[in-house]
Design a binder for this molecule. Structure first.
Ligand SMILES: [Zn+2]
Length: 399
């Protein structure tokens, strides 16, 4: 454990944690801190001074307060407290972001080649890649406060075990990763990290109920309910991709049949396009298909953006199925906001328009009329930024 966090132990640690929790949402004035904590102004002032002395907070100067009148001093997280690393581990590549303690992105690398397999070699390669990339970006792991890593599938962030990739017996995966990297490591499900990154990183905190759909190779969902990330009992909530939604007899990667993911995800787009090409339909994807026998999800996205008619048709099909499922979740959750994220969301209107049409067709108007549909603002950075922000919250004991 790093020295900074040692300072958060001892007297009034819980109150100090709560102050840091408030500052995660933005800079705070003493009067607001005192009100939120139910503590006197002198107590709040003393705790803030100690947090400044320990390096967690800095005086941001006088700003306009909530109550008008004299401008009070505001206090915010100290960007200099130390860097935090966030890593999104995909099937074929990883993305890495480094933020300062206040949440500002300091450096990022996308599409770093990496093959995700549940093997000891792949595990070693992951930690080697992280170590090398952090160094290349000009940082030293010894200065890093924490590292957050996202994985797809079943991940229990609280216990640190992953049940889909890098399944470790006896010891949490987080312990094994911390040992290899020499920094505290936290793991999280990819869709949940993206939801958190988008929520906190795009400053959407005025919305209390948000559903984030991660449409990448698979399909997942992250939920913010009453302003809090929803985990469920064992941390496995949000597995919307594996609800039995379709009567298509297609075996899903989870082993079951007819999962939503088999008709509304990147792997569904890949399968349908492959079938259409085999039937002789024309497309720009015909070239990689003939030369390599396959094509990647990035090539599918490029084909759609290149106005390839077949690829656009497949987006419409997938969007219609996805929108129907989203309509169901809107009926259940009555959310403020639905965000379409993940790699496939990069095709923009080609996916969002059929999704919108299906939502109008299949949801109860009374329930869905107040729900806004947005495309992820952070795009490919949502996952690694979410991993950074989640590990910061976990490190401070706020999750
Ligand atoms: Zn499934």
């Amino acid at each position: 454990m790093n020295k900074l966090l040692d300072k958060l132990r001892g007297r009034n640690a819980d109150l100090k944690q709560r102050i840091l929790g408030l500052c995660l949402q933005g800079d705070q004035a003493i009067a607001d801190i005192s009100k939120e904590l139910g503590a006197s102004i002198p107590t709040a002032t003393k705790l803030v001074s100690e947090l400044i002395e320990d390096g967690f907070l800095v005086d941001m100067g006088k700003q306009h307060g909530t109550s008008g009148g004299r401008r009070p001093s505001f206090y915010g997280l100290n960007p200099e407290a130390g860097p935090i690393v966030g890593v999104e581990v995909g099937r074929e590549s990883i993305s890495l972001v480094i933020i300062d303690f206040k949440g500002q992105v300091l450096a990022r690398r996308e599409n770093i080649r990496f093959r995700l397999e549940s093997t000891p070699e792949s595990f070693r390669s992951l930690t080697d890649v992280i170590r090398a990339q952090v160094r290349t970006l000009g940082f030293s792991l010894s200065d890093v406060l924490a590292c957050g890593i996202t994985l797809s599938g079943r991940v229990n962030a609280a216990s640190g075990f992953s049940f889909t990739y890098f399944i470790s017996e006896g010891r949490p995966l987080t312990d094994l990763l911390s040992e290899r990297l020499g920094v505290p490591v936290f793991i999280e499900n990819d869709s949940r990290a993206m939801a958190y990154g988008e929520y906190l990183g795009s400053r959407l905190q005025s919305e209390k109920n948000v559903l984030f759909f991660n449409v990448s190779w698979g399909l997942g969902m992250g939920m913010i309910i009453d302003g809090k990330l929803h985990y469920g009992k064992s941390g496995f909530s949000g597995e919307i991709g594996h609800i039995p939604f379709l009567s298509n007899d297609i075996v899903c990667q989870c082993g079951k049949v007819g999962c939503l993911e088999t008709g509304a995800s990147g792997c569904a787009a890949h399968r349908i396009l492959l079938e259409r090409l085999q039937e002789g339909r024309g497309s720009v994807l015909d070239k990689p298909f003939r030369t390599k026998g396959d094509f990647t999800l990035d090539e599918v996205i490029a084909a759609v953006l290149d106005e390839d008619v077949l690829a656009i048709e497949v987006m419409e099909e997938i969007g219609a199925t996805l929108g129907k499922a989203i309509a169901g979740t809107i009926n259940i959750f009555n959310p403020d906001l639905v965000i379409l994220g993940g790699r496939l969301s990069e095709v923009g209107d080609y996916l969002t328009l059929p999704v919108k049409t299906a939502i109008s067709k299949h949801s109860l108007n009374m329930v869905s009329k107040d729900t806004r549909l947005l495309v992820s603002r952070l795009g490919r950075s949502a996952g690694p930024i979410g991993a950074c922000l989640l590990s910061r919250s976990r490190m401070l004991g706020l999750l």
